[in-house]
Design a protein around this ligand. Structure first.
Ligand SMILES: Cc1cc2nc3c(=O)[nH]c(=O)nc-3n(C[C@H](O)[C@H](O)[C@H](O)COP(=O)(O)OP(=O)(O)OC[C@H]3O[C@@H](n4cnc5c(N)ncnc54)[C@H](O)[C@@H]3O)c2cc1C
Ligand code: FES
Length: 536
């Protein structure tokens, strides 16, 4: 195994204000986040032989690496497989707010999961932040971890009653220090009455996970990259098969691929994939108070600073403008709206130096699915349904799965059980299922363009050819690349994502790069070749 941290920063070609080169290889899109541009990650080799370990973990994002780290500390031998470099999924696209102020409000969590459930949710996210802080301290990781307060406010003109209700519910859930303040500590705009969640945190996720990966290897763990798992079987002789034909045998398997690639339907009806957008703007150092800021819009805006020594000035990170994956393709307009929203509130913003997007899996009842994979062998575990709280949900996965795999009780296991049915979420479940089913009408519609030759260079479009739909990508040199537009997961028709140069499935969020290679599950295989290419 090769572990090399002496190489250049991966995204070194991207300077502030200089974007646009293609970095997509084995990443989840073209865009580059502030973290990708400012971190050095260790590299690892492919899996070249058959191996075995106590636990095999598929996916080297925050969920997979935290699980591997904690299992390694507990004395288990672990193998981690990822089909990109480490942390090349959604974790490198995060904004890394570490919060107990969850995306789904405590008012809703109490309704959906009861008082005890809301309490356990608060407790587990708090424990996750503490766990990250502990790892940072024990491993002496220089990753800009710091405790900051979080501020939740309503958009202008809206009643702030929701904040009063949320304060009562959060306190009831055990977050007794949550309190109301007259406004958030932002001088350039008056947020009005604001709910303050003290003792949240922020960090540089890639610097953190680079060190975690090295600690896994130090503890005897093995990490293999560019290694795509194609088949995952549990049972007495659990076995993971890779695209290149190697296998890993293990006593337990953890599928931490953001959305499970080993599960056909059970989980994918209980969560929906959304794209979310982020801009990073330079701001003079010290003009904006450090903190985490959110409004209650739907979709909501999320704001923080990155004050990393690796970039010359502070970067104000503003996210929002979410839409369902594969159902809209107007990223440019969304970045513009985000910028307008941010400039109106933070007039000290100068250049927009980063623009990136990523994917979040939105669970119907607000909490992640962590535990045994439904309708599978007892030794196959999953971690998914992160919503916008994947840093803490991924860390909770590490703690919870480490306990479950060792046969230890964990008070959070029922709350996060992937098999749970949450009665109060039936309406959302029905709405999401209807939306998903409606996507199959794409089989009947015409293509985006009539003929392949009309696809502009550097772009893609779906073309109808008889009964078939073809995903046609025209590279910058004008060469056409064709694949079937039918998603190998459950037959949705993919749509071109101009901004990330990917094919995105509107049904459950699978994504494929311009050549048809799968980059996001639940699909585990690539778009199929076209059987009868046209004569050009
Ligand atoms: C723009 C944005 C902002 C966000 N902001 C926040 C925030 O402020 N706070 C917060 O808590 N959360 C936030 N999130 C959510 C959080 O970033 C994610 O939920 C989290 O990073 C997901 O981690 P993961 O380990 O589950 O998945 P990933 O990081 O996606 O890791 C999964 C890995 O599995 C690999 N993989 C997939 N299929 C296979 C296969 N078949 N074989 C081998 N490997 C495979 C992928 O290559 C990938 O590396 C945000 C997300 C986005 C997109
Ligand atoms: S992601 Fe399920 S059909 Fe494409």
């Amino acid at each position: 195994m090769e572990s090399d941290t002496s190489g250049p920063v991966r995204a070194v070609k991207v300077h502030l204000g200089d974007m646009g080169e293609s970095h997509m290889k084995n990443h989840a899109g073209e865009s580059i986040s502030v973290w990708m541009a400012t971190a050095k990650l260790p590299t690892f080799s492919r899996l070249l032989t058959n191996e075995q370990a106590h636990v095999c973990i598929v996916g080297a994002g925050i969920a997979g690496l935290t699980t591997a780290y904690l299992l390694g500390r507990a004395g288990k031998s672990v193998i981690v497989l990822d089909d990109g470099p480490i942390v090349s999924g959604e974790t490198e696209r995060t904004t890394a707010h570490l919060v107990t102020a969850l995306d789904d409000r405590y008012v809703d969590l109490e309704r959906l999961h009861g008082e005890k459930g809301a309490r356990l949710a608060a407790e587990s996210h708090s424990a996750a932040i503490n766990q990250i802080e502990r790892i940072v301290r024990e491993e002496q990781i220089d990753c800009d971890f710091e405790r900051v307060d979080g501020y939740l406010f309503v958009p202008p003109g809206e009643s702030s009653d929701i904040l009063d209700r949320e304060m009562a519910a959060a306190q009831q859930a055990g977050l007794t220090d949550v309190h109301m303040v007259a406004r958030a500590p932002i001088t350039s705009f008056d947020t009005g009455r604001t709910l303050c969640f003290p003792w949240q945190a922020q960090f540089h996720p890639l610097k953190y996970l680079a060190a975690v990966a090295q600690a896994i290897v130090r503890d005897g763990g093995r990490i293999y990259t560019e290694t795509h798992a194609v088949k995952i079987d549990g049972g007495e002789s659990a076995r993971i098969e890779t695209r290149d034909g190697q296998t890993v045998a293990s006593e337990a398997v953890v599928v931490a691929t953001n959305t499970p690639v080993n599960d056909l339907l059970a989980i994918h009806t209980k969560q929906a994939a959304y794209r979310t957008f982020v801009i990073g703007a330079t701001v003079p150092t010290g003009l904006i108070s450090k903190g985490l800021y959110w409004d209650t819009s739907d979709p909501y805006h999320y704001i923080r600073l990155s004050r990393s020594s690796s970039v010359a000035s502070d970067v104000l990170i503003v996210g929002g403008e979410d839409h369902k994956t594969g159902q809209t393709d107007d990223a440019e307009a969304r970045y513009v709206k985000l910028e307008e929203w941010a400039r109106a509130r933070f007039p000290m913003m100068t250049d927009i130096v980063f623009r990136w997007s990523g994917q979040v899996m939105q669970p119907v009842d607000g909490l992640a699915f962590i535990g045994r994979n439904p309708m599978d062998e007892a030794n196959v575990y999953i971690a998914t349904g992160d919503s916008g709280n994947g840093m803490t949900h991924g860390t909770i996965a590490g703690i919870l799965l480490t306990d479950l795999i060792q046969g230890r009780d964990n008070a959070w296991s029922t709350l996060y059980d992937p098999s749970r049915k949450t009665i109060g979420a039936l309406n959302t479940f029905a709405k999401e299922t209807f939306n998903m089913a409606a996507q199959y009408v794409d089989w009947l519609t015409p293509g985006d363009v009539k003929e392949d030759v009309l696809v502009p260079p550097g772009s893609g479009a779906v073309v109808r050819r008889g009964l078939k739909k073809i995903a046609v990508y025209c590279d910058d040199a004008g060469q056409l690349h064709e694949k079937s537009a039918v998603c190998p997961h459950l037959g949705g028709i993919v749509a071109w994502n101009h901004s990330e140069k990917t094919w995105d499935c509107p049904c459950h969020g699978s994504r494929f790069d311009m050549s048809g290679k799968v980059v996001n599950g639940p699909a585990i295989s690539n778009l199929s070749p076209v059987e009868d290419p046209p004569a050009h």
